[in-house]
Design a protein around this ligand. Structure first.
Ligand SMILES: NC(=O)c1ccc[n+]([C@@H]2O[C@H](COP(=O)([O-])OP(=O)(O)OC[C@H]3O[C@@H](n4cnc5c(N)ncnc54)[C@H](O)[C@@H]3O)[C@@H](O)[C@H]2O)c1
Length: 291
């Protein structure tokens, strides 16, 4: 989908990759809703970007808030051609030390938020009869990066990729789906505590996070890659060549496990679940037709 003069919603648009997306899209003549949990920062970002940007408060982890965002976006833009489900938060700490509440928060924003955004906007795009595109921001974590100390985040990004894969299969061809999987980017993700119910976070971890992220790729470069990927219609959008190492390591492990434990055999396709489902549905229909 060409992203020139398009009508676009960017969640998490007040900072980092989302703000760069909104800025670069507005520079291409797009009308952009800058949706964020933090309305003050969304308003500041929108006024920096210019008259094509419109700030809207939205908490993507709250389905009603996403419904309200869609209502406002359609009223402000006269329709929506593309949505970047980009809002996300990080949480640092060993996985076994996380609390159930922290897990719910990270999954609430990074998984439920992506699902709500995709569900609410895809339904409206389909109803409008116009083509649309949904781009989900996951991470290189979803490709197999084993970065200890961010386990809840890693798990949430696998779920985001899973949501994208099923959306691609289930949505009509008129609605494109992409999953952006960036690596280290120079953003304010270490400040996720600003929007966390648990407060700003341990100052030591926040300082380490800030120093690490400061060495990341510029958010503009990541956003440029995302926009180019959506325009090409790519499903997987990658930006950091180093991420391939993680993906390769994971695939090598999967490959070795199959070679040793379940090598290809003559009856392998008997258990092809999609084929089994299709055959069962066809036979039930056949039985129904005959009855
Ligand atoms: N920075 C990185 O290294 C990196 C790498 C890979 C993927 N990502 C992903 O990129 C996306 C953008 O993150 P970023 O790095 O630009 O971080 P950022 O913190 O700079 O920006 C995230 C924005 O999302 C907003 N937000 C947080 N919770 C929200 C909620 N519940 N509802 C609406 N908005 C909310 C924040 O207020 C903030 O403005 C995230 O999904 C993140 O996981 C970041």
């Amino acid at each position: 989908m060409k992203l020139e003069n398009a009508r676009v919603v960017v969640t998490g648009g007040a900072a980092g990759i989302g703000k760069s997306l909104a800025k670069l899209l507005a520079a291409r003549g797009c009308k952009v809703v800058v949706a964020d949990y933090d309305l003050d920062r969304a308003t500041a970002a929108a006024s920096e970007i210019g008259p094509l940007a419109h700030p809207v408060r939205c908490d993507v982890s709250d389905h009603a808030s996403v419904e309200a965002l869609a209502e406002q976006a359609y009223a402000l833009l006269g329709g929506v051609d593309a949505v970047f489900a980009n809002a996300g938060v990080s949480h640092s700490g060993a996985l076994i030390d996380a609390t159930p509440e922290q897990l719910d928060w990270v999954m609430g924003v990074n998984v439920r938020g992506v699902w709500s955004t995709a569900s609410v906007f895809a339904k409206r795009m389909i109803a409008s009869g116009h083509p649309g595109h949904i781009c989900i921001t996951a991470s290189e974590h979803a490709l197999g990066l084993q970065h200890t100390g961010g386990g809840l985040y890693t798990a949430s990004k696998h779920a985001a990729l899973g949501l994208g894969e099923i959306l691609r299969a289930e949505l009509p061809e008129t609605i494109g789906v992409s999953v952006l999987c960036p690596g280290l980017a120079n953003t304010e993700l270490h400040l996720s505590g600003r929007v966390s119910p648990f407060g700003p976070g341990d100052p030591g971890s926040v300082a380490v996070g800030a120093a690490v992220l400061a060495r990341g790729m510029s958010a503009d470069r990541v956003a440029e890659g995302a926009i180019a990927g959506v325009e090409r219609g790519d499903f997987l959008i990658v930006t950091h060549s180093i991420s391939f190492k993680a993906a390769e390591r994971r695939f090598a492990e999967i490959s070795a496990a199959f070679a040793a434990q379940a090598p290809w055999s003559a009856d392998a396709e008997r258990y092809d679940v999609n084929r089994v489902v299709a055959e069962v549905i066809a036979s039930l229909k056949d039985a129904g037709d005959k009855a």
